[in-house]
Design a protein around this ligand. Structure first.
Ligand code: TYD
Ligand code: MG
Length: 453
């Protein structure tokens, strides 16, 4: 029988899309001149269908007979990072850390490599691969931050094949790739930095870590708008996706966006100092503004949960007559729909007008708030901004607002109240009694208590 000859296909070197005819522009990613001729060798395609006896059959086993693995995690020794990972990094998993350039990804990972060496066996190694900095630069940073470098192997390369070889030789317990965007393989087309390259390289590295008792951490540069398509395409391939963000000060937030091995509620907090990234261990008061004079109008405080921790936060509101005939909401820290809803309930239940106003809402310290427990404080801030009457200093409002104008209980009200009192707040308004709280059940009652109206 005559052998089947190869079939010609045209594959995009940017996104990997393939199609039978050449085109000037890839229909998938829109790049020009990226379709390249490839020959698919039919003989090379292994039959893997049902009933094929060349493929080794894998049979199901009872789940109850499977033995649980012990020691499945390694600890980075950086508590804020370990918590975001869900209690240390899970072996045989791949973690992607995205953040804008200059946020501190390389610093975090060098510090992580150094502190992980403390929690692993004496002979174990860590491989730190950089495609962006030279070994001397990394050494200089490690010395400046007084990091322990025993057990860390450095590899400065962009070639995927070099990295895979090094992984086999070093057999590291932790492999850091800084950054995945610099990794390049001739196998994945001729253009470096394309989505195709990124996916191919990440896939090879992830395949390696899945077969070894090791953890892979890759960094990726993301612009402020998070628009780069490349790293996004890796999110489904890895086990954990972590974003590294900052506020206007030197505070850095580490937040899990996806985690197969833990919750995505926890955040890690760091401060960038001259000694590198330092952990913020007691962040409960981090987002409060210290004032020596009295509190201005438009401000109200509340207590929010982020994962297992409570933060006291200050919500700031401003109302000005609408510029267009339509009132608008400007806020990137609190969902606009929530603000519009709270304003509508206030308008209906207390008679104050927001429908001819533009509403601006901000959160001091740049924390993003999504809990419904902030509704009461948001209502107080909006009312205060609209009437120009300040909420008394030392006041905290906890509770969700229903469309009917009720202040509804939220989870762990007592713990929130306690945290607020520990921070020096003297008046706690919540839809519950006890722990020194003043009970309020409706927004009307809240406004009367706070503003006497
Ligand atoms: P870097 O880790 O290189 O960021 P990325 O890898 O995300 O691009 O951090 C760069 C910034 O951090 C740089 O602007 C300098 C600052 N930095 C400090 O303030 N203190 C330090 O100890 C270090 C190492 C960096
Ligand atoms: Mg870097």
């Amino acid at each position: 029988m005559a052998k089947k000859s190869g079939t010609i296909t045209y594959k995009c070197s940017n996104c990997g899309y393939s199609q039978p005819r050449w085109l000037g522009r890839c229909p998938e990613c829109g790049e020009w001149n990226t379709l390249e001729e490839c020959i698919i060798d039919q003989n090379a395609i292994t039959p893997a269908g049902r009933g094929c006896d060349t493929v080794q059959k894998i049979k199901p086993v009872p789940l109850s007979s499977v033995e649980a693995q012990q020691d499945t995690r390694i600890f980075t020794g950086i508590a804020e990072f370990d918590r975001v990972l869900g209690g240390g990094a899970t072996k045989r998993s791949a973690i992607l850390i995205g953040g804008e350039p200059g946020i501190g990804k390389s610093t975090l990972l060098l510090q992580t490599a150094a502190s992980t060496t403390k929690s692993i066996a004496e002979k174990a190694n860590i491989l730190y691969v950089s495609g962006e900095e030279s070994a001397a630069q990394i050494k200089e940073r490690a010395s400046r931050l007084s990091l322990r470098t025993n057990g860390i192997q450095i590899l400065c390369t962009m070639r995927l094949e070099d990295i895979l070889d090094a992984l086999d030789i070093v057999n590291p317990i932790l492999a850091v790739i800084d950054s995945i965007q610099t990794v390049y393989s001739a196998e994945a087309g001729f253009i470096p930095g394309t989505v195709n390259q990124l996916k191919y390289s990440a896939n090879e590295l992830i395949s390696w870590v899945k077969e070894h008792d090791s953890v892979l951490i890759m960094t990726a540069h993301i612009t402020k708008e998070g628009l780069i398509a490349g790293p996004k395409s890796l999110e489904h391939m890895v086990d954990t996706v972590i974003s590294f963000e900052r506020n206007n000060d030197e505070i850095r937030f580490l937040r899990a966006q996806k985690n197969r091995f833990g919750s995505v509620d926890e955040i890690g907090l760091f401060e960038m100092t001259s000694a590198g990234l330092t952990e913020i261990e007691d962040p409960s008061a981090l987002f409060l503004t210290r004032r020596t004079d009295s509190q201005p109008a438009g401000i109200a405080c509340t207590a929010v949960y982020e994962g297992s921790r409570i933060f006291l936060v200050e919500i700031q509101a401003l109302t000005v007559p609408a510029k267009a005939s339509l009132s608008r909401v400007y806020s990137d820290k609190v969902d606009s729909a929530r603000i519009a809803r709270v304003a509508a309930v206030l308008e209906k239940r207390t008679g104050i007008h927001f429908s001819d106003q533009d509403l601006y809402v901000n959160v001091a310290g740049g924390m993003r708030l999504s809990e419904s427990a902030i509704d009461g404080a948001l209502a107080a801030a909006l009312y205060s901004a609209r009437t120009d009457i300040a909420v008394a200093a030392g006041t905290v409002v906890i509770g969700e607002l229903s469309l009917a104008g009720e202040i509804r209980p939220v989870n762990r009200v007592k713990q929130r109240a306690k945290a607020a009192q520990n921070m020096g707040f003297t008046q706690v308004y919540a839809p519950e009694t006890g722990t020194g709280m003043k009970k309020i059940t409706s927004v009307k009652e809240l406004i009367k208590e706070l503003f006497g109206k």
